[in-house]
Design a protein around this ligand. Structure first.
Ligand code: GLP
Length: 242
């Protein structure tokens, strides 16, 4: 794992967007997996700008959504689905056939997990995974205590996730469960970027990098990834020893 500190959120978002550009330019059938949330929003916007100005050919790019709130419909503007559509896929006229998002309204969520795992396998694995970090150290919806060996699964959300998650919704929502790729997918992604910005993330970034690797703090798994890069702005790096 490597750590890179950028002056601002914009600088780190620009660097992350460039990583996606490089992926598209260098690989014939690239597979990108992205988190939703406040952190990667600017990365998405900058990538959309770059893709348009550089006229990138995205026809062979596969897009995988990292996670979703169970029971929240795609048209709800707090859903991950809505985020991916509005921040990335629609502005790029992204081919629908290359998009894999969990249907968190499905009556058979186990089947959703199976379909996602099979799709990732068939596509030859994830080339670039870009994740954020929750205020309890979660990655996607891999909450504290999760097994590192998990593939896609449905999980009870942690209290912190339920309360912090309200920020995405216009009116309070009953959040109980999430559906998410597992940390096994992260471990087997060819490259992983973890993004964090702002002082509020400084505590969790310190734990991610300086504490021992443990399922009690899922983001610490980044320490074990040979091609993992933690990208933070100066505010999020504020509590690091070095
Ligand atoms: C959310 C999502 C994660 C996201 C994280 C941080 O609950 N499940 O995929 O990375 O929490 O979100 P934010 O970037 O808004 O701080």
């Amino acid at each position: 794992m490597q750590l890179k500190i950028y002056k601002t959120h914009h600088d780190l978002s620009d660097a992350a967007a460039n990583e996606i550009v490089e992926l598209v330019n260098c690989k014939s059938n690239p597979v990108l997996c992205l988190a939703s949330g406040d952190t990667p929003k600017l990365t998405c916007r900058l990538f959309v700008e770059k893709a348009k100005s550089q006229q990138l050919d995205l026809s062979n790019l596969t897009f995988i959504g990292l996670d979703e709130w169970v029971g929240v419909p795609p048209e709800n503007n707090g859903s991950c689905h809505y985020f991916f559509r509005h921040e990335l896929l629609d502005p790029l006229d992204f081919p629908v056939k290359n998009v894999y998002l969990f249907d968190a309204m499905s009556g058979d969520l186990q089947d959703e997990c199976r379909k996602m795992d099979n799709a990732i396998l068939e596509k030859g694995g994830i080339d670039l995974m870009i994740v954020g970090i929750g205020m309890n150290g979660h990655v996607g919806f891999n909450e504290p205590g999760v097994l590192f060996g998990n593939y896609s699964h449905v999980i009870d959300l942690d209290e912190t996730t339920i309360s912090v998650g309200q920020k995405y919704f216009k009116t309070p929502v009953n959040l109980q469960k999430g559906i998410t790729l597992g940390l096994n997918h992260l471990q087997h992604s060819k490259k992983v970027l973890m993004l964090a910005n702002g002082e509020k993330k400084s505590g969790v970034i310190k734990k991610t990098i300086e504490d021992e690797v443990s399922p009690a703090f899922p983001a610490s798994i980044m320490q074990t990834h040979a091609n993992g890069l933690v990208m933070v702005d100066e505010a999020a790096a504020g509590l690091l020893k070095h």
